[in-house]
Design a protein around this ligand. Structure first.
Ligand SMILES: [Zn+2]
Length: 144
């Protein structure tokens, strides 16, 4: 099934092609300092495909901290954070913020708190490679 999402103003949008009917979607409320401040709740599926469309790339702020291995794509216009990417071994992996989903029945979300505190960088990248969306494409929105 397709799940659409976007930031509040629509500058950063995405279409997630989720395998199967997605009766249940695991949503992880990360307890890192950034996600705590932003209320980020993330999901991914290693078999999903993600297409990200950006209207105005100038209005996307890329933010990294700590181990600098994850990039938060923050809309500079409205402040929402629809996705995080991580470059691992030449590939781009991603998770998306369930709070930026459009028209998805919230009853499908199985929210749980997670902590990755104390995880060493190598295990962190290996975990992302296993669990994050591995097919990530960025497209320019609109006909221009
Ligand atoms: Zn926005």
């Amino acid at each position: 099934m397709y799940i659409a999402g976007k930031c509040h103003c629509g500058n950063i949008g995405f279409r997630l092609d989720w395998p199967g009917d997605a009766a249940e979607i695991a949503a992880r409320a990360c307890d890192c300092s950034f996600c705590t401040k932003h209320g980020g709740v993330w999901t991914s599926n290693p078999q999903a495909k993600l297409i990200v469309t950006i209207d105005d790339a100038q209005l996307v702020s890329r933010y990294a901290f700590g181990t600098q291995t994850a990039t938060f794509h923050v809309c500079a216009r409205c402040g929402a954070v629809p996705l995080v990417t991580s470059e691992i071994d030449g590939g781009v992996y991603a998770v998306v913020n369930v709070n930026t989903f459009e028209k998805l029945d919230p009853a499908r979300l199985r929210k749980a708190a997670v902590t990755f505190e104390g995880e060493d960088p190598a295990s962190r990248l290996a975990r992302r490679k296993r669990n994050w969306i591995a097919d990530v494409r960025f497209a320019r929105a609109g006909p221009e």
